[in-house]
Design a protein. Structure first.
Length: 414
């Protein structure tokens, strides 16, 4: 029965691509929930294994960050921060570059999913105020936080896994040395592709930024405290990872601690919790169940071994990481592939190729990165804006090819 799981995954991809079945239109989380239900009902995965497959650390982390994001948005503090960050962006070109490099490189510290949560309402606000296509800015945000998270061991969950379990003695130095410069180059390539494919949006009229008043000063104060706590704890975590690598300082602790000021002291805590993006949490729980079922089928492990490729070659690692991350997600891919590489004698360079490949997989298709799903579902919920599978892929496919080529060149020469 486990052989049914890859077929269910294929159907999930097809349904997400078309988003329609007869008169019914589906949201991404609904499709993933249907896929998880199908493998459960078919017996491809047991109820106990399904429960164990759900990564509660990820769910709790996202819940905490959703609380913070909702608080800063409801209070009006997000609009205030947006003005401070982008007031010098006097043209569409500069605005897109600010998003790519500002929000992008922030994800190297705050983690990509966090920047997706906070960044989506920011770019939607900028699109509305300046009459720019939301699709352009949503794509810029998606590519920015995917690429920006590459050169950091805490930029995304798969990098963290490599940093902790890959035997790296100086993870921050290793990631920066091998991946920072090619990442900067790839961010410029993202700008070029967006400029080419959305050239009508890059008008020459100057952008006039205006500061909006804060709606709820108390909630804004608590939200500011939440952001401070997140930033402080991220710095503390970086220090603990570097100086005390064995310390159990989970990302979940950062999100929960950051959410506490709003959850405990805001009179609007119930409204905030009601309005967080519950559908994305359902998506993640469902994805864990479906991907575990696919993994248990052994289908993709067999594919890796049967390919006959040189397991330690940089092109092979990049290709396998990008392609299979589309099918089982990048974190499970790293969890499987890294032990295979380490047992085959992989060094720092090969592990950096795994980090780059599994991360830029998020630029190929929507399901390549969880942050893409967070952005799209938040955009649909907050502004009824979306990105279709093909709208994403028409830029994502050439961008991912260029990204992989750039990382291959730099890693080969390093």
């Amino acid at each position: 029965m486990s052989d049914l799981a890859p077929a269910v995954l294929l159907l999930v991809f097809l349904l997400i691509a078309v988003r329609r079945l007869g008169p019914f239109r589906f949201e991404i989380w609904q499709v993933m929930l249907l896929g998880a239900s199908a493998v459960l009902l078919s017996g491809s995965i047991s109820a106990e294994d399904a429960m164990n497959a759900v990564n509660l650390d990820v769910i709790v982390f996202l819940f905490g960050m959703f609380v913070i994001g909702q608080g800063i948005e409801m209070s009006g503090y997000l609009s205030h921060l947006s003005y401070k960050a982008f007031k010098r962006a006097g043209s569409v070109d500069l605005l897109v570059l600010y998003i790519l490099f500002g929000i992008g490189l922030s994800s190297a510290v705050l983690m990509n999913d966090t920047c997706a949560i906070i960044g989506t309402p920011v770019v939607l606000l900028l699109a509305r105020k300046h009459g720019i296509s939301p699709k352009l800015l949503l794509l810029a945000l998606a590519f920015a936080i995917t690429l920006g998270s590459v050169p950091s061991p805490i930029g995304n969950p798969q990098n963290l896994l490599i940093a902790l379990d890959g035997g790296l003695k100086t993870p921050f130095i290793d990631f920066g040395y091998f991946l920072l410069l090619p990442t900067v180059i790839n961010l410029f390539f993202a700008y070029i592709l967006l400029r080419l494919l959305y050239k009508k949006e890059f008008h020459k009229m100057p952008l006039d930024h205006s500061e909006e008043p804060i709606k709820d000063k108390r909630l804004a104060h608590l939200s500011r405290l939440s952001l401070f706590l997140v930033g402080f704890l991220v710095v503390l975590r970086i220090a603990s990872t570097y100086f005390f690598p064995g310390t159990d300082f989970r990302l979940t602790y950062i999100a929960v601690a950051g959410a506490l000021p709003i959850a405990l002291f805001s009179g609007k805590r119930i409204q905030v919790i009601k309005r967080i993006d519950w559908s994305t949490l359902v998506f993640f729980a469902s994805m864990f169940v479906l991907m575990e079922s696919v993994w248990d089928s052994g289908f993709f492990q067999g594919y890796i071994y049967a390919s006959g490729a040189d397991m330690l070659s940089i092109p092979s690692i990049l290709s396998v990481s990008v392609i299979i991350s589309q099918l089982i997600s990048n974190v499970p891919l790293v969890a499987l592939y890294m032990p295979l590489l380490v047992s085959a004698g992989a060094g720092t360079k090969e592990l950096m190729a795994l980090a780059a490949g599994s991360t830029i997989a998020g630029n190929l298709f929507i399901l390549g990165a969880a942050s893409n799903v967070i952005i799209i579902q938040n955009a649909e919920k907050k502004a009824h804006e979306t990105l279709s599978f093909m709208e994403f892929a028409r830029i994502g496919i050439p961008l991912t090819f260029i990204n992989a080529l750039v990382y291959w060149v730099f890693l080969s020469l390093a």
